[in-house]
Design a protein around this ligand. Structure first.
Ligand code: ATP
Ligand code: MG
Length: 352
């Protein structure tokens, strides 16, 4: 929803690894939008593994409070994960999603340059529920008659399914094809996935919507066949909505179809807050070399702005990024180029 704002306060959490190289690039791209968005104000915030080794906490309370009380939105970079389990450390991104109730993970997957001789072009959005399913992480190990037995709780609630469903319908409505596919496995998990499926299907019938989603067509796919069809005929998908675990798998599979991790953006969205985050990790193998691809982060900024209702600014960023990729002259090594992070940023800025 668009709120009239004089300024846009954006929290910046580069965190670790190449996050420290790509988030500043996204900041420059936002600044270059000028009057297409409310005047951006940036707040530098800390979190992550390096923050943990320095301060003893991975997500300082102050970071959460400033995001919650002062910021309209945020951009998150990436966190390094320690190679072994470290007492007291847990991922700040997971904690942030919880604390700010960012219940949706939204990941558009779009093929770079449709090549008629290769695969069909892909233009879809994966909407993943982000708070429950197997991620409630309630696991127990017991000893049974025949040895160890491990069990996990899978929580699906009507409330979480309804709000993710509604977000998916909103996204579908805003697109030209207006087609929503519900991903589940209710032939096996009839109670949990059954509830998810029924609840999402019921969203258009909710009181007060008055036929708002009449133009959206609804389909369903069992998760296994969804992955199969994603590889065989990705063009059948427009918006896909899924419970947490299936969404995780589908969104990585879809990402693999379009190439470099350095290109894929995401947002974590709730009712009151949105946080952009490139899909890639901290990429320790290229950290500090100045060659990280900043395009996923710039696209994440675009997605964040679009979610806030600033589609003009978002379009400009997306178009600039697309042009740079299509021209193919200024690209980082992950896209077989020889340019640096800064050179790619400059190329984007010149298109803006
Ligand atoms: P993490 O544990 O933080 O996820 P990782 O080793 O899994 O780290 P990823 O960041 O997930 O690393 O990246 C996987 C591969 O993709 C690495 O080889 C990395 O260099 C490359 N890569 C990821 N993001 C980018 C980017 N923005 N630009 C260039 N290469 C990237
Ligand atoms: Mg990784």
């Amino acid at each position: 929803s668009t709120v009239a704002r004089k300024s846009l306060k954006i929290g910046l959490i580069p965190a670790d690894g190449i996050g420290k190289e790509v988030i500043p690039a996204a900041k420059q791209a936002i600044i270059a939008l000028g009057s297409d968005i409310p005047k951006p104000e940036f707040v530098d915030l800390i979190a992550g593994w390096e923050c943990f080794t320095r301060t003893g906490v991975a997500l300082p309370e102050e970071t959460v409070e400033i995001l919650r009380n002062e910021c309209d939105c945020a951009l998150f970079g990436s966190v390094s994960s320690p190679s072994r389990k470290v007492t007291g450390y847990s991922s700040p991104i997971v904690a942030l999603r919880k604390k700010l109730d960012l219940y949706a993970n939204i990941r558009p997957v779009v093929s770079v340059s449709p090549d008629v001789n290769q695969r069909p072009s892909i233009d879809l959005i994966v909407v993943r529920e982000n708070t429950e399913c197997l991620y409630v992480k309630e696991e127990i190990l017991t000893i049974g008659e025949h040895g160890k037995e491990a069990r996990a709780t899978r929580l699906i609630t009507e409330r979480a399914s309804r709000r993710i469903g509604q977000m998916a319908f909103e996204l579908a409505l805003a697109r030209s094809r207006k087609h929503l596919t519900i991903i589940h496995k209710s032939n096996v998990l009839s109670v949990t996935d059954g509830l998810f499926r029924e609840t999402v299907r019921g969203v258009p019938l909710l009181a007060g919507l008055n036929g708002k989603y009449d133009g959206v067509t609804i389909a369903e796919q069992l998760v296994d066949s969804a992955v199969y069809r994603l590889f065989r005929e990705p063009e059948i998908f427009d918006v896909m909505v899924a419970p947490n675990l299936y969404g995780d798998i589908i969104s990585d599979a879809a990402a693999a179809l379009v190439g470099s991790l350095g290109l894929i953006p995401s947002i974590n969205a709730g009712d009151d807050f949105v946080m952009g985050e490139p899909v890639h990790g901290s990429a320790p193998d290229i950290e500090g070399k100045g060659i990280a691809n900043p395009l996923a982060s710039i696209r994440s900024a675009a997605l964040m702005l679009r979610h806030l209702g600033y589609s003009k600014g978002a379009d400009k960023l997306d178009i600039a990024v697309d042009r740079v990729i299509r021209e193919g002259r200024v690209l980082t090594p992950d896209l077989k180029g020889t340019s640096t992070t800064n050179e790619v940023l400059e190329a984007v800025l010149s298109k803006l």
